[in-house]
Ligand binder design. Sequence first.
Ligand SMILES: [Zn+2]
Length: 310
Amino acid sequence: MAHVLFLGGLGRSGTTLVERLLGELPGMCALGEVVHLWQRDIRDDERCGCGSRFSGCAFWTQVGERAFGGWGNVDVDRVHQLRESVERTRHIPRLASATTATAEVREYASFYSRVYAAAAEVSGSRVVVDSSKHSALAHVLRWADDIDLRVVHVVRDARGVAYSWTKRVSRPETDGTEEMTRYSPGRSALLWNAHNAAFGLLARRGVPVRRIRYEEFLADPRAGLIRLADFAGVPLHPDDLAFLRPGQADLKAGHSAAGNPMRFTVGRLPLRHDDAWVNALPSSQRRLVGAVCGPMLRAYGYPINVAPEA
Ligand SMILES: [Zn+2]
């Protein structure tokens, strides 16, 4: 049985930062966004969080050996095919209402459970952390008999998320040749509603889901980590949080397979709340996102009217 802490939420909600801090705790091994491992790592040999190419990383090489007898034995086309037929957002209603899993759902989930179990063994960790974020994947994983799935649903103010999606960010793992996707505020507002609602639905299906607000987590990361470790069933010693200092964390290199460029940060990571959107997101866009996401912003306890600083 693989014990998995799955970090979910719409992209740009802070999941990478939460994952980096969880990865510092003994008993937890942060894997990055496993959903992208098949294409970006096995196929494209992008960089691991440790800086090596995937094929040159000793950790992932051992995981591949244990899970599949080597990554070369993984039928990546089959993974893509299965993903297309079971793991799209449009499949969530079917995944959520089903009473049994299809053979395809089980087969797709088995690729993940083999990676999780092997990573737990190689790292000697009780829990592996997958920050894949996608709600559809979490809905698939709940059907796996060999995965003990716990989900951390990371929510961030939709207007901060929308602002972040408008910014240009290059992808260092491609040596600067590619940028991360960008969305208009209207589009990200719709995605914000859909993805957050999907995690609410997952909780109603009986999966343990712990919702955290990113802004609150950042205000007191120590308390946030203690609560998440408890949720994951990982006991902590007070010294385990010595890497946290006021306003910053000291990070060791990790083996995140894919995700936000923050996965490459080693050493000092500033922990400060980024509310640049309050002044930088044009008021028309702020109102648009506030209107589209209003009901759920309220439900999560966010203020609807936020005035820019004079
Ligand atoms: Zn590595």
